[in-house]
Ligand binder design. Structure first.
Ligand code: MN
Length: 632
């Protein structure tokens, strides 16, 4: 309690009477201390007095003399506090006195000390990060320097309490810490938005704490890898941004390429973020509400996905008072094809981060991304897979996860056929965890197969099980064997039909060209889809003939390209075709030597002929023969 003399100093010999500020609580009332009170009710057995808005009590008629009226002032001191918390006072006989103002003691309790204060009335100061109106109370999620606590304020069932308070305001909450369903929330007695000096001070304090807590962990990379070192500062920046996003209570939407590498990237990050969210938020539902992961079927961010994401984000804001999310693009998101979607989101406050290893169009996406990590920006290439990058990123955010994900970079590398020197080290690391190369390969096939059938679903639990995260060993082996066998049988069946229709020609540059009409000579709407079917045919032909080999799988309005030992630049070829064949609607891209092209059906023959000419002109490059990824 803080006491200060109000106005002019009174006569030193006069007794002092204290005047409690209106926000003072029973905690501020001391014994054997005279307080100024006001009579608010008269009953047979005494009078009721108010000391403040929340402090009142009874003065029993046995200690009263004379007559009283409602509104009269009366000096009282505390007599007793009953078990039920009711206070009783007795009058103090003073004629002349000096009045001293008593301000309420707003000693703040950090949200890190809620547990020790259950049942107590405390004060918390922080920023409102979400306001959810339930059928009962309004829940204000308040972030201080330690965490985020839900504060339940009840006006009337389903009616918004404190309607003037908005997300982003800094508030002081007075409330009782209560345990509800295993978690702690504050039952609000009072909630005020701070302004002026108090707000400025609080904001500085909160910002300092945020900077400190957003700092990523310094973790040693799982393996020694000079090429990776170049990407580490960028990953650290992303780790900082993601931790900051969690601390600010902003949701995160993850979109990843729906393949093995994409899932090896997204799942560890999702787990790291979920655990960090659980540490930061008192609300046990927070991890479920604040991070959502979804696959993207195309190797870029389609307008269909972007508009759906945006629509969900706007709905969550309207229904649950959430902030708009940060979009995290994984194994995806670096190319010009992503631009229309990014530009759509740019109309709203939605930061976008991309971690990818597809050949990027930096100048196209630079201004639209808040952070961009891609090995091509550092003279490295696809061999550093997104899964490898994101396992390290996940560890920077939540290092305790390390033991569960040591084998994941090896799966990612095998899934994308990375020929990185570091693969040997990653395989050795996985072997220590009981994953030999065959088992890792099975996991990779199983992920691919599951991703196909999951279509647009994230399949959270199935995917973590297939990845062997938090999954019992023998169950994992059985499950993975089953899925991997299913994948291989499906591939055999597909190729049984397709191989008979393969067309071969020798290109002028000495490369073998294989063409397959995947629309007419492969089963549709099943596994493997055209891209993977083409890839499997390509692999068989390399094994048979040795490179250089180019394989084209085409449908009515698309072609999928695979090549080994030929210096192709697919993004460049797409740009040329676009200019050379007007009215063909050519678009596409991917990696340099692996990718896909779209065109209009009526121009198929022309586009594919021009494409073959370009491939026949391409240089043969032995150095590239071992560098063909296979993830589109
Ligand atoms: Mn990839």
């Amino acid at each position: 309690m803080t006491r200060e003399t109000a106005g002019e100093a009174g006569d030193a010999r006069e007794p002092v009477v204290y005047d409690l500020a209106s926000e003072c609580t029973a905690e501020d009332v001391e014994t054997e201390t005279p307080y100024l009170a006001e009579i608010n009710g008269i009953v047979d057995y005494g009078v009721f007095v108010d000391l403040t808005e929340s402090v009142s009590g009874l003065v029993h008629e046995s200690v009263l003399e004379g007559t009283y009226r409602v509104g009269d002032e009366l000096v009282v001191e505390l007599e007793t506090v009953r078990d039920n918390g009711d206070l009783s006072f007795e009058p103090v006989d003073v004629e002349e006195y000096t009045l001293q103002h008593v301000a309420h003691d707003f000693t703040l309790t950090g949200t890190d000390r809620l547990e020790a204060n259950v049942g107590e009335q405390i004060h918390v100061e922080g920023e409102v990060v979400q306001i959810k109106q339930t059928g009962g109370p309004t829940i204000f999620h308040v972030a201080d320097e330690y965490g985020v606590v839900p504060c339940a304020a009840f006006q009337e069932a389903g009616v918004r309490a404190y309607p003037a308070v908005a997300v982003g305001d800094v508030v002081r909450v007075t409330g009782v810490a209560e345990r509800r369903e295993g978690a702690i929330q504050l039952e609000v007695d009072g909630l005020t938005a701070l302004d002026d000096e108090a707000e400025r001070e609080a904001r500085v304090r909160l910002a300092d704490a945020l900077d400190r807590r957003a700092e990523p962990h310094d973790v040693e990379p799982l393996i020694d890898w000079p090429a990776f070192e170049k990407l580490r500062p960028g990953l650290r920046e992303v780790a900082e941004l993601l931790r900051r996003t969690v601390l600010q209570g902003r949701p995160i939407r993850v979109r990843h390429h729906a393949d093995g590498d994409g899932m090896c990237a997204a799942v560890p990050l999702q787990l790291a973020l979920e655990r960090f969210i659980a540490d930061v938020h008192e609300d046990p539902e927070a991890p479920r509400h604040l991070i959502k992961r979804l696959p993207s079927k195309a190797p870029f961010y389609e307008m269909e996905d972007a508009t759906r994401d945006l629509n969900f984000a706007l709905e969550d804001r309207a229904k649950h008072g959430q902030q708009l999310p940060l979009l995290l693009m994984l194994d995806n998101g670096s190319t010009a094809e992503d631009v229309p979607s990014y530009e759509t989101l740019a109309h709203y406050d939605i930061p976008i981060v991309a971690v990818d290893h597809h050949h990027p169009d930096p100048e196209a996406v630079e201004d639209l991304l808040d952070a961009h990590v891609n090995p091509y920006l550092h003279d490295e290439d696809y061999r550093i897979t997104t899964g490898m990058l994101c396992v390290e990123l996940a560890r920077m955010i939540y290092p305790d996860l390390t033991d569960e994900i040591r084998h994941v970079p090896a799966v990612a590398g095998l899934a994308d056929r990375s020929k990185a020197d570091a693969m040997a080290d990653y395989l050795a690391l996985a072997a220590e965890e009981g994953y030999d190369e065959e088992r890792l390969q099975d996991v990779s096939e199983a992920l691919d197969y599951a991703a196909h059938w999951l279509r647009y679903s994230a399949g959270d639990h199935l995917i973590t099980d297939l990845l062997g995260i938090d999954c019992e060993d023998s169950h994992h082996r059985n499950l993975v064997s089953f899925f991997a066998a299913g994948a291989r049988e499906a591939v055999e069946e597909q190729l049984d039909a397709a191989m008979a229709h393969l067309e071969h020609e020798d290109l002028d540059n000495g490369a073998h060209l294989y063409r397959i009409d995947v629309e007419n000579y492969a089963h549709r709407f099943t596994y493997p889809a055209p891209g993977k079917t083409t890839g499997e045919i390509h692999d068989r032909k390399i094994a048979e003939t040795g490179d250089p080999v180019i394989t084209v799988g085409y449908g009515p309005d698309f072609a999928v390209l695979r090549s080994d030992g030929v210096r192709l630049d697919i993004p460049e070829m797409v740009a040329e075709l676009k200019a050379e064949i007007p009215g063909a609607g050519v678009s596409g891209g991917g990696h340099l030597v692996v990718g896909s092209i779209k065109f209009v059906k009526g121009k198929r023959r022309e586009v594919i002929e021009a494409l073959v000419e370009k491939m026949a002109d391409a240089d043969i490059d032995e150095a590239l023969s071992s560098a063909a990824p296979l993830d589109d």
